[in-house]
Design a binder for this molecule. Structure first.
Ligand SMILES: *[C@@H]1O[C@H](CO)[C@@H](O)[C@H](O)[C@H]1NC(C)=O
Ligand SMILES: *[C@@H]1O[C@H](CO)[C@@H](O)[C@H](O)[C@H]1NC(C)=O
Ligand SMILES: *[C@@H]1O[C@H](CO)[C@@H](O)[C@H](O)[C@H]1NC(C)=O
Ligand SMILES: *[C@@H]1O[C@H](CO)[C@@H](O)[C@H](O)[C@H]1NC(C)=O
Ligand SMILES: *[C@@H]1O[C@H](CO)[C@@H](O)[C@H](O)[C@H]1NC(C)=O
Length: 352
């Protein structure tokens, strides 16, 4: 009697455990179904090419092998020679007979220049980390007409040579590095309250910029934000939101999943348009929802690029840009942003 009741108890216990396992399984699988259906919702945008991030890790050995073929400098020199950096990535190192482009920190540059030690083996630029900014600034005597700025990068040392830690990223930055100044006009307008604080605005914009860069996207200032930078070197007082655009061929939709993560710094408030036309999302900082940022996809046509979207009263609009084939860099309140190299053209075409 005792023995069989023990068996019955064991059976009930086993059934209970099985039941719990089954319930857990159901809970887990339905939640993953809802996650999947959320993704499915985005099937429509799977048309966006999902590029896997190219492997940009180059071994120190490969780098050393390439650098050994070059003349050796007597001073700490950052290689900014795009051809040589490209060769390092592709593991196609070879000797070059021309002067190699390097950059020296401004302090050292001035010192060596004063004592005439720069020599002729190198084409030498200087760089600095301007105070209260998030970028590096380069000058070289050859292209002295303009400066270049790029976001601050990590650097690897290899003897006296220094190489960007992420060479591919550096090359992307360099392509967009030509610096353009804003006009800093005094705009006549009735005194009005500044809705968005410019310094807080650029802080959030730079944060979002970094997030996009980690997905290989290089957002551009767009619309009113571009105009505010160009004319006033600031954020237009009556603006209530900020604008970025990303080129269609760069756009990677998987960034949207980032906005669903518990750790996200931005929430996605809306998504509009089709991937091939008028695509637009609005995100806002989790800790500062009063600073919404619109991100438009920019499309190319034969002779111009455009973004289109919906404004706050539901009206469709389209902004035209000169064909965006070149990118430049700008400073907005100490942060680096990418812009069209022809801001004047944009402002004219759209007659803000
Ligand atoms: C480095 O210093 C050595 C000896 O002073 C000199 O022969 C050589 O040309 C220098 N190299 C460069 C790149 O200036
Ligand atoms: C670099 O050199 C140029 C020309 O000598 C100079 O005007 C500039 O201040 C230097 N520093 C930086 C960071 O550009
Ligand atoms: C714009 O001009 C004002 C004064 O006219 C000056 O204080 C300010 O620093 C300038 N801003 C930039 C970004 O050049
Ligand atoms: C965009 O894609 C949709 C559906 O795939 C298609 O109906 C529409 O014509 C396309 N629009 C453009 C501008 O290519
Ligand atoms: C683009 O520009 C070229 C040269 O200005 C012109 O011949 C051509 O018709 C334009 N194409 C379109 C689609 O507007």
């Amino acid at each position: 009697m005792r023995y069989s009741s023990r068996i019955i108890f064991l059976c009930i216990f086993a059934a209970f455990i099985l039941g719990v396992i089954l319930m857990l399984y159901i809970i887990i699988s339905t939640s993953s179904i809802s996650y999947k259906s959320r993704i499915k919702n985005f099937d429509v945008i799977s048309a966006f090419r999902r590029k896997s991030k190219p492997n940009t890790k180059v071994s120190l050995l490969t780098i050393r092998k390439c650098l050994d073929l070059l003349p050796q400098p007597n001073f700490t020199s950052l290689i900014i020679d795009t051809e040589i950096l490209q060769n390092i990535i592709e593991n196609k190192c070879r000797k070059v007979s021309r002067a190699i482009k390097i950059a020296l920190h401004d302090k050292m540059y001035q010192e060596l220049k004063r004592s005439d030690q720069l020599g002729r083996k190198f084409s030498i630029a200087n760089f600095s980390y301007p105070e209260d900014t998030d970028y590096m600034r380069f000058h070289d005597d050859e292209t002295g007409r303009f400066a270049r700025i790029i976001p601050r990068i990590k650097i690897r040392s290899c003897g006296e040579y220094q190489v960007p830690a992420d060479i591919l990223l550096f090359l992307e930055y360099w392509k967009r590095s030509r610096y353009i100044d804003c006009l800093n006009l005094t705009v006549e307008r009735k005194p009005m309250e500044q809705v968005l604080d410019p310094v807080i605005s650029v802080m959030h914009l730079a944060e979002l910029r970094n997030m996009f860069v980690s997905f290989n996207m290089y957002p551009l200032l767009n619309g009113g934000t571009l105009l505010g930078w160009y004319r006033e070197c600031s954020v237009i007082p009556h603006t209530t939101d900020l604008d970025f655009s990303v080129k269609y061929d760069e756009f990677d939709i998987s960034i949207i999943e980032e906005f669903w993560k518990p750790s996200t710094k931005f929430l996605m408030n809306r998504r509009l348009g089709m991937p091939n036309d008028s695509f637009e999302i609005t995100v806002s900082p989790v800790d500062n929802p009063g600073y919404p940022i619109d991100v438009f996809v920019m499309y190319d046509e034969t002779n111009h690029s455009y973004v289109s979207g919906t404004n706050h009263i539901g009206m469709k609009f389209r902004y035209k840009y000169p064909l965006y084939d070149r990118y430049c860099s700008a400073d907005l309140k100490g942060k680096l942003f990418w812009i069209t190299c022809d801001p004047e053209g944009v402002v004219k075409v759209n007659e803000y």
